[in-house]
Write a protein that binds this ligand. Sequence first.
Ligand code: PLV
Length: 327
Amino acid sequence: MTAVVERHGRGFHLVTPVLESIALSKAAGTRVYMKLENVQPTGSFKIRGIGYFCQEAAKKGCKHFVCSTGGNAGLATAYAAKKLGISATIVVPTNTSQATVQKLEEQGVKVEVFGKVWDDAYIKALALAETEGWVSVHPFDHPLLWEGHATMVRELKESLGAKPGAIVLAVGGGGLLAGVVAGLQDVGWQDVPIVAVETKGADSFNASLRAGRLVTLPQITSVAKSLGAKTVCVRALECASEGQVISQLVEDVEAVQAIEQFLDDERLLVEPACGAPLALLYTGYVQQLQQEGHLKPDLDSIVIIVCGGSSIQMAGLQALKAQLGMK
Ligand code: PLV
């Protein structure tokens, strides 16, 4: 366990702040702490796992990284590649905004646009990674990623001391979930319930849990493109059987409303992927889960992983509101 901390002490990620949010606490009826992963280099938690994965690949002689991504994993790969002096190709689906493509290009990587959704881009990336010396960086399905993400739980333990009553996080392909579960197991907090939030239309984890096996969604219809993996990783389902994982869906409108409220309350702008767990706190779902007996009525505190995301600007937020018919 100590070795992991030492190794990650030299990683590319930052130790992020843990702040209490008065507004979120009021909304959720329980003290809420924010783990601010949005302040990581490249704007999301992804650099923890991807930074670690890329460092390990570099040690083994990697010549070039290939990453298929909804955006943030690609930005993290580009950042890590630059630090390591290794070139990279980032494959994004056509639903990726021009602003994100530009941000990637500014990091000095080659960008290829391929396929309608992330799953299509992934197939393309795997084909590219056949090249000798090239390494595919998966955005959510690799043990090194989870080990890297797990560092956030160690930091939480150091900042909070006491165990939180629940952890709220977003699920796309399930890498963040797998990392947090690994971290909880490392620090002996495996009995802390996790509320795993997705938007309707990007609900591959919820669908798999309900079916008791991996389910592939026919399509992604949610505006939370960073949660848009049609199938979660196998490990995500295993996590649900190892600990207490509560799956909850929110509406796209609720996620976007949450982004706006969070901007007003905490002056931080995040993607719909992060709006989803925020909506859980803002929209009365915590109280509902407590009434239904899924969460204890007397939670000491809740930690929300503010996963962040770089694919959002004021204009993009306005466009999302217009698209969803919001005022
Ligand atoms: N985004 C992945 C997968 O996209 C990517 O390529 O960047 N919050 C943010 C801001 C994210 O970018 C992501 C994943 C998640 C949450 C969900 O994390 P996961 O996939 O580990 O569950 C299609």
